[in-house]
Design a protein around this ligand. Structure first.
Ligand code: ADP
Ligand code: MG
Length: 358
């Protein structure tokens, strides 16, 4: 997509809605690519422009180098799977999957072979004669997948396909979908507002907000090196600390604490630094008010048990307002635990502090 914008006419008298705003995006052949962002950020509209259900107001959409921006859906090598499976209730699994091929007048033997192949692929063997009502939610979603894959698309578009499933099943299906994508080897473009889902399945992720692409990268890069405050906040949990740049590679928090950064900014400039809760360590301290490098001394203000970890909130001694940091510690044997009111020192490695662009 190059410079793709989509404007919808506003409701009576209202301004037009800019659903997608100047998006430049290149998705690689064979990758599992996710569009991630909050509700209303333009994910579905972007996907629908790839599918051909919407035409861009401006810009170009190409698939394998061919301009398709104004082509109808059936002239594009893509298929879409929606959250509402949209299966025909009166047809069996086999009939649902084969319907498109029948419409296209594909030879009967070939159609039967292709239907059997994709039913195997999504592991619905033995359920060919069931009606959708006789299947679980996860199985219905697999029928919807098979129905899309039977057309041998070069790109499969999926719009929150697991949204209707409960958490456990959704997690199981995430693994299945990823494995399926690896087996068939085609490009998947996956829309979700669920950051965990995107991190689990994707080769690369595009984070969107307000119709714009904010950052594109692998799950690790997006998580460890968010570029903006929005991305840092939207993906996972994060500590945001204000700081003022000093000498190259160092800065000072408002409370006077000196910190080191793998980042060079003009001395005196205001910075926002993001640090993941699991990248800060916690230990007991009784020493007070020595200005230790990359460390905040303070008091435990809140303890939340998370099962596989414990989340601590620590309020720094110095500064106004006090620095508040969140720390996520594993529950492995030997990890020291703290209670509300305990005196602690919070430390981190300079490499885990990211300076945000905004
Ligand atoms: P998402 O899928 O990220 O939730 P959408 O792409 O569905 O977001 O919508 C992006 C914005 O465009 C929203 O503000 C939505 O209300 C608006 N929008 C989407 N489709 C239409 C339409 N057909 N007419 C008018 N506004 C629309
Ligand atoms: Mg949507």
């Amino acid at each position: 997509m190059q410079g793709v914008t989509k404007r919808f006419p506003g409701a009576k008298g209202a301004d037009p809605v800019v659903a997608v705003d100047g998006v430049d995006l290149e998705i690689r052949d064979g990758e599992f690519f996710s569009l991630l962002g909050p509700s209303g950020c333009g994910k579905t509209t972007t996907l629908r422009m790839i599918a051909g259900f919407e035409y861009p107001t401006a810009g170009s959409v190409q698939i394998f180098g061919e301009e398709v921006g104004l082509e109808p859906p059936n002239r594009r090598p893509v298929n879409t799977v929606f959250q509402s499976y949209a299966l025909f209730p009166h047809m069996t699994v086999e009939e649902n999957v084969g319907f498109g091929l029948q419409m296209k007048k594909v030879d009967r033997d070939e159609a039967a072979r292709r239907v059997a192949d994709v039913i195997d692929l999504v592991q619905l063997q033995g359920r060919e004669s069931r009606k959708p009502k006789q299947l679980s939610g996860g199985q219905q979603q697999r029928v919807a997948l098979a129905r899309a894959l039977v057309n041998h698309p070069k790109v499969l578009l999926l719009d929150e396909p697991l949204g209707a499933l409960d958490l456990k099943l959704r997690q199981a299906m995430q693994v299945e979908l990823k494995q399926l994508q690896e087996r068939v080897g085609i490009t998947f473009v996956y829309v979700t507002h669920d950051q965990e889902e995107a991190l689990t399945m994707s080769d690369r992720i595009a984070v969107m907000d307000g119709g714009k692409l904010l950052q594109v990268g692998g799950p690790g890069a997006i998580y460890d090196r968010p570029r903006t405050r929005f991305v840092a906040d939207f993906i996972g949990d994060t500590n945001l600390l204000r700081a003022t740049a000093e000498d190259p590679g160092s800065a000072r928090l408002p409370d006077g604490t000196a910190i080191r950064l793998e980042h060079h900014a003009a001395p005196g400039s205001d910075l926002m630094v993001a640090i993941r809760p699991e990248h800060v360590g916690l230990r007991a301290t009784d020493a007070d008010r020595d200005l230790t490098l990359d460390a905040i001394d303070g008091e435990v203000a809140l303890v939340t048990f998370l099962g596989n970890a414990t989340l601590y909130e620590v309020v720094g001694d110095r500064g106004d307002p006090p620095t508040r940091v969140r720390i996520r510690q594993g529950n492995a044997p030997g990890v020291q635990h703290f209670g509300v009111g305990d005196r602690v020192r919070v430390r981190w490695a300079p490499s885990s502090a990211t300076v945000l662009e905004d």
